[in-house]
Ligand binder design. Structure first.
Ligand SMILES: O=C(O)CNC(=O)[C@H](CS)NC(=O)CCC(=O)C(=O)O
Length: 329
């Protein structure tokens, strides 16, 4: 009974839920407010190289394309500004967030009038040997709203693929970051973070995120095996939208990324993806927060959690009594 009903996602389903909500006191209160508007969002796919200017030109084109399509939030992939061909090359181009590279992207967001999530910027690090891999959110005036420094570094000997040791040149961040934007409450993450569900659990169940950003530069090998699987799992288990911008194709002789940028809804359905895994472009979809709320209301996994048995994956997850943040709709 339950699942066939759920499979009717769409206007009919949404309408049913909206009516259902009216029967609860909170639903009544909600009915007095307008439903959350549908907001167009997009993810970008590109092949960054070791030339910040060339990459900027590509990003500017994608931003203009997004603005022309009425997009309010565009997510650019990890390393949108630079992918080096030698180990440690990124150290040479790293800048503080107040530097000229960031200024150019700020102008881009302001001129296009859209929010721009810069999925992994080479931010000058704590010492000469390390950068931060920083996800920066710009608003539609080009102001820096939030920044998140990648906390899980990719030190992996990929089976059948390259050995990468991100921590050689990158220092990890230490904070979980959420930020409000017109598309909802964003959870900022980067690439390899995707493999650590505890972070996403915290973003949803402690920080109340609604849209998870996972800008990436996945390796070809691991992308083939895990990319879509992990993204859809994160969407389903958090009941969030997932925006996954991606690097794609050959950056240089040694480095190749998987591509397949996509947008997933809170039911786990891929609602937009680049038609070709290797093409440069954007994929556009609408974020519908009333649909997200409907799913959370009908399947209240937030209330069904048994922290008393298996413990929280982070202490912040345990709701304190009367904490509004943790109550369902
Ligand atoms: O090194 C740079 O230039 C920028 N950083 C990256 O591209 C990072 C670290 S090497 N890549 C990943 O995290 C891939 C994760 C991945 O592929 C997986 O989890 O399977």
């Amino acid at each position: 009974m339950f699942f066939p009903l759920f499979s009717l996602l769409g206007f009919t389903f949404e309408h049913t839920i909206v009516c259902d909500r009216l029967w609860t006191p909170k639903g009544m209160a909600m009915a007095l407010h307008a439903l959350p508007p549908l907001v167009k969002v997009a993810v970008a796919q590109m092949t960054a190289i070791s030339d910040t200017n060339a990459n900027f030109i590509t990003c500017a084109r994608l931003v203009q394309e997004a603005a022309a399509a009425g997009v309010k939030l565009l997510s650019l992939p990890e390393c949108f500004s630079f992918i080096g061909s030698r180990d440690g090359e990124a150290l040479g181009i790293a800048e503080p967030l107040t530097g000229p590279i960031m200024k150019r992207y700020q102008s881009l967001a302001r001129e296009a009038g859209l929010w721009l999530a810069l999925g992994g910027f080479q931010e000058k690090g704590p010492d000469d040997k390390h950068i931060y891999n920083t996800h920066v959110l710009l608003d539609d005036y080009g102001r820096i709203c939030s920044s998140y420094r990648k906390i899980h570094l990719f030190d992996v000997d990929v089976p059948g693929g390259p050995v990468l040791k991100e921590s050689n040149n990158t220092a990890p961040g230490s904070e979980v970051v959420v930020a409000n934007c017109p598309a909802g409450k964003l959870g900022l993450t980067v690439c390899y973070d995707l493999r650590f569900p505890e972070l996403y659990q915290r973003l949803r169940f402690a920080e109340n995120a609604e849209v998870l950003l996972v800008p990436s530069a996945f390796t070809k090998k691991t992308g083939e095996a895990h990319w879509e699987l992990l993204l859809r799992a994160r969407a389903v288990e958090t009941q969030c939208y997932v925006l996954a911008a991606a690097q794609a194709g050959k950056h240089n002789d040694k480095r190749e990324s998987y591509g397949d940028a996509m947008i997933i809804d809170p039911w786990g359905t891929v609602i937009a993806r680049l038609p070709d895994k290797l093409v440069t472009g954007i994929a556009v979809a609408q974020v519908d927060l009333s649909m997200l709320q409907a799913i959370r209301l009908r399947m209240p996994i937030e209330q069904h959690r048994r922290y008393d048995i298996y413990g929280p994956s982070c202490p912040q997850q345990v709701p304190s009594k009367g904490d509004e943040k943790h109550s369902s709709l």
